[in-house]
Design a protein. Structure first.
Length: 56
């Protein structure tokens, strides 16, 4: 005895499932434990270009 059963609505279960799925996708793109310092030259360089005649 003394057991507590918590009701979890269907929408709450779906929210939890979506969060888990999003975290799994994020971890597949950005593996945990690999910091920017450890990547070194393996990470692609991204440079912003400003100015010029860009269409608006």
């Amino acid at each position: 005895m003394g057991e507590v059963v918590r009701f979890v609505s269907k929408s709450e279960r779906e929210r939890i499932r979506l969060i888990r799925e999003a975290r799994a996708i994020y971890d597949s793109v950005f593996p945990p434990g690999v910091s920017v310092d450890e990547q070194g030259d393996k990470a692609p360089a991204v440079h912003a270009i400003s100015g010029g005649d860009l269409p608006s």
